[in-house]
Design a protein around this ligand. Structure first.
Ligand SMILES: Cc1ncc(COP(=O)(O)O)c(C=O)c1O
Length: 362
């Protein structure tokens, strides 16, 4: 079978040793053997998050971890702010509204990062915010936000919690949970963490735990308190995705062996290379004004139907590149370069694009 080249910003390809772990005989989750692996995953996640604070794990996709942040921190009537830079900020808005909350929304034009000035104005106009929600990297636009600066604005001008979706950023793009003074950062296993989809994590600060104790929105499966309570027993409250946990331990071992700062550097180098190739060799215009290192988004030339182009690449060459989301569908491409994606993978995608776009230009 032809090799499958996965260049999408989640799921991302798996290291062979991680795939092999998934195929091992399944362990029972109430055993010492599994408990040890789980405990290692939690402590290695603290390493990746750069935190001494508690990390909890859930068997859920990234959206589940976003919802867990809402239900664990908020009470009916609480005021939240969402600083949205794309589809995933909009998702926080939808989740908050689902639970009957009416967030203050600060929206950036797609492709632009969150403006600290706009944030400051919104905080001044809303002094009673319980929490501010941000993306680390917004995968829909390929933008990275200046989280240390945004967190600083929140800290200096309000008591609101700083809640971050780093589903596509963690393990690829610099993040310092403690040094940046974040309160919550949620993530998923299927991107920078080099695992299959299905596990979620949340790093939770002491300040956030106080909010959790007081929060009144309904929660059961996603209750972080029960997850935290079972950590000393090296257990999860309910049956976790056992094989994903075992595989995550291996992926985290690899990330630690490389060193997280080296991972950030490697990702940044591949991003710089990809941006150069996309603009130079392919002659495309970059989409993001403040591009992240996790993926490169670029406008397709006039007259090129992105839906057809990407479908043909997949059908004829088994190369999977992401389409634009929502209003960008068919108009931009998104080439990921995070996790276990290599330069050879990126080159295969670029070669195919060069061949397919060349007749359009001729
Ligand atoms: C920034 C960001 N947030 C949230 C999600 C949602 O994650 P999931 O699709 O695992 O629910 C994604 C997934 O693409 C993402 O990139």
């Amino acid at each position: 079978m032809k090799a499958y080249i996965l260049l999408t910003p989640g799921p991302t390809p798996l290291p062979p040793s991680v795939s092999a772990k998934m195929a091992e005989p399944i362990l029972h989750h109430r055993t010492k053997e599994f408990g040890k692996v789980f405990d290692q995953v939690i402590s290695d996640m603290q390493y990746v998050y750069r935190t001494q604070q508690t990390v909890v794990m859930m068997t859920a996709s990234g959206t589940g971890t976003m919802e867990s942040a809402v239900v664990n921190l908020m009470s009916p009537g609480d005021k939240a702010l969402v600083h949205t830079t794309g589809a995933f900020g909009d998702r926080f808005v939808k989740i908050l509204r689902t639970y009957g909350l009416n967030p203050v929304v600060v929206a950036e034009e797609w492709g632009h990062s969150a403006s600290p000035e706009k944030l400051l104005a919104a905080i001044k106009a809303n002094p009673d915010l319980k929490a501010c929600f941000f993306q680390h990297t917004d995968t829909s636009t390929g933008v990275v936000n200046d989280l240390p600066r945004l967190a600083q604005v929140v800290r200096e001008h309000s008591d609101a919690l700083v809640v971050v979706d780093t589903v596509s950023g963690l393990g690829a793009e610099e993040l310092e949970f403690d040094a940046w003074n974040l309160d919550v950062a949620v993530t998923g296993s299927q991107k920078g963490l080099m695992n299959g989809p299905g596990l979620g994590f949340a790093a939770v600060s002491e300040r956030a735990w106080k909010a959790v104790a007081a929060a009144k929105l309904p929660r059961f499966y996603f209750d972080w308190t029960t997850m935290k309570a079972s950590l000393p027993n090296q257990e999860t409250p309910y049956t976790p995705g056992v094989n994903l946990v075992v595989a995550q331990a291996e992926a985290l071992r690899m990330l630690k062996e490389e060193g997280i700062e080296n991972v950030w550097k490697r990702t940044a180098e591949l991003a710089a290379y990809t941006r150069k190739q996309v603009t130079g060799r392919l002659g495309l215009k970059l989409y993001a004004k403040d591009p992240a290192d996790i993926l490169t988004g670029a406008w397709l030339p006039e007259g090129v139907d992105g839906n057809k182009l990407l479908a043909a690449m997949l059908a004829e060459e088994r190369i999977s590149i992401a389409n634009g989301q929502e209003k960008l569908k068919g108009r931009i491409i998104r080439i990921a370069h995070m996790g276990y994606i290599t330069k050879a993978d990126v080159d295969a995608g670029l070669d195919s694009l060069a061949r397919r776009l060349q007749p359009v230009r001729a």
